[in-house]
Design a protein around this ligand. Structure first.
Ligand code: AMP
Ligand code: GLY
Length: 425
């Protein structure tokens, strides 16, 4: 098979690494890909924002399967465009991708099918939203309806903060039309966990739970980021809670989407809050998490391509999942200044030494190979994934790697996995 991966980050590198292990796969391309994954996936220069250009390229290169990293392309309808030309994409249709591309759609679907999620209201008029905040005591979360590169959510500490968020989203339109409609919801309390699941339109198969670390600094302080690290499995989702999530959340959503005429086929990301009254949905995403994929995929024993094909054929029930009895931990090395402005082009040293560590995987997120040297090219630069018999061992390997790799201004969290470690004490 000839596989095309769309995207350029650490998640896509991890996908390429896993897909390359499939005996079915003869050649992998990545559009645009990155230099760090080029040995696995040949970079393709094609305009990824044009579905026609991508489909033309895939047709000309006889691509058998396209795997989409980021929600942006799914929201643009890549799956539908490709399907019209007889090309297979692992990822939901544009309509089904609304679970991520419209928070209003996702909340309404959850309400209709009884899926536990924070109580909410939808607003299209800023004055009404401001009046609602004024009249509502207690902590609120303000969310842009549309995609905003993960930045359209404000967990407001005060009413003034919530009002400022409404003005920015709806009046100033800082994320454009994403703020035409907003959701205001109650703030949930508890521990967050990510559950990725394969869905073939009828069946669901959850992968192992993972936990992301969204804040920049140790102790979960500082601004929100795309994710500073992750680990799996996350034991906060006990087997009992996992079956609750399957029965009360995943199954009703998959059945609900089918009933609405938008069967969900692909990978569903459930962002969950484990509250005192059980798991509730914070958000759905319609693709693998970044950096969750980097810790979940290395523990999966199955052939990922086989799983993806079974998903597309509606035959997930025939595929029992098998897992390494190990733990994985990912430490993200970021550029100084990230998630705000940062400089690129800093030389990276120590990569070869890190790659030589046994049980360490190095996934590239934002790097460039220039004049025989590696340099930084993004906010999140590298993902160091340690594997071990338990979380402690996995973390030791990941941090050993982090100590070897150097570039000016490198920042990483030193407490990845702290909730898991605290639980074990
Ligand atoms: P999202 O962009 O939907 O992933 O939201 C970003 C982050 O905001 C989530 O990972 C949570 O930490 C937080 N968040 C979103 N909605 C809620 C909520 N209703 N209660 C508490 N935290 C939330
Ligand atoms: N790690 C969060 C996300 O992929 O959305």
């Amino acid at each position: 098979m000839r596989v095309l991966i769309i995207g350029a980050g650490g998640r896509e590198h991890a996908l390429a690494w896993k897909i390359a292990q499939s005996p079915k796969v003869e050649k992998i391309y990545a559009a645009p890909g990155n230099d760090g994954m080029a040995a696995l996936a040949e970079p393709v220069m094609v305009d990824c924002n044009s579905m026609e250009a991508l489909a033309d390229w895939a047709e000309a290169h006889r691509i058998d399967l396209t795997v989409v990293g980021s929600e942006v392309y799914l929201a643009l309808g890549i799956t539908d465009h490709f399907a019209r030309r007889g090309l297979k994409v692992f990822g939901p249709s544009q309509q089904a991708a609304q679970l991520e591309s419209s928070k209003v759609f996702a909340k309404r679907l959850m309400t209709k099918y009884g899926v536990p999620t924070a109580a909410f209201r939808v607003f299209t008029d800023p004055a009404a939203a401001l009046a609602y905040i004024e009249a509502t005591p207690g902590p609120l979360v303000v969310k842009a309806d549309g995609l905003a590169a993960g930045k359209g959510v404000v967990v407001a500490a005060t009413q003034d903060e919530a009002k400022a968020a409404v003005r920015q989203l709806m009046e100033e339109r800082v994320y454009g039309d994403a703020g035409k409609e907003i959701v205001i919801e109650e703030r949930l309390e508890g521990e967050e966990v990510t559950l990725l699941a394969l869905a073939d339109g009828k069946e669901i198969k959850p992968l192992i739970p993972a936990q992301d670390h969204k804040r920049l600094l140790d102790g979960d302080h500082g601004p929100n980021t795309g994710g500073m690290g992750a680990y799996a499995p996350a034991s906060v989702l006990t087997p009992e809670l996992l079956s609750q999530v399957e029965e009360r959340i995943l199954r009703p959503v998959i059945q609900g989407m089918a009933k609405e005429g938008h069967p969900y086929v692909g990978l569903l990301y459930a962002g969950l809050m484990i509250t005192a009254s059980g798991p509730q949905v914070i958000e759905f995403n319609v693709r693998f998490g970044d950096p969750e994929a980097q810790v979940v995929l290395p523990l999966l024993r199955n052939d990922l391509v086989e799983l993806m094909l079974a998903t597309l054929q509606g035959e997930l029930h025939r595929q029992p999942l098998e897992w390494e009895q190990k733990a994985a931990a990912c430490v993200v090395l970021a550029s100084q200044g990230y998630p705000a402005a940062y400089e690129v082009g800093k030389e990276i040293t120590g990569l070869a030494a890190a790659e030589n560590l046994s049980d360490l995987l190095v996934f590239h997120a934002g790097t460039k190979f220039k004049d025989g040297k590696w340099q930084t090219a993004g906010g999140r630069v590298l993902n160091l994934v340690g594997l071990g018999d338990d979380i402690e061992a996995a973390l030791r390997v990941a941090y050993h790697g982090a100590a070897l790799v150097k570039f000016e201004g490198v920042h990483f969290r030193s407490d990845i996995g702290w909730r898991e470690l605290a639980r074990k004490r």
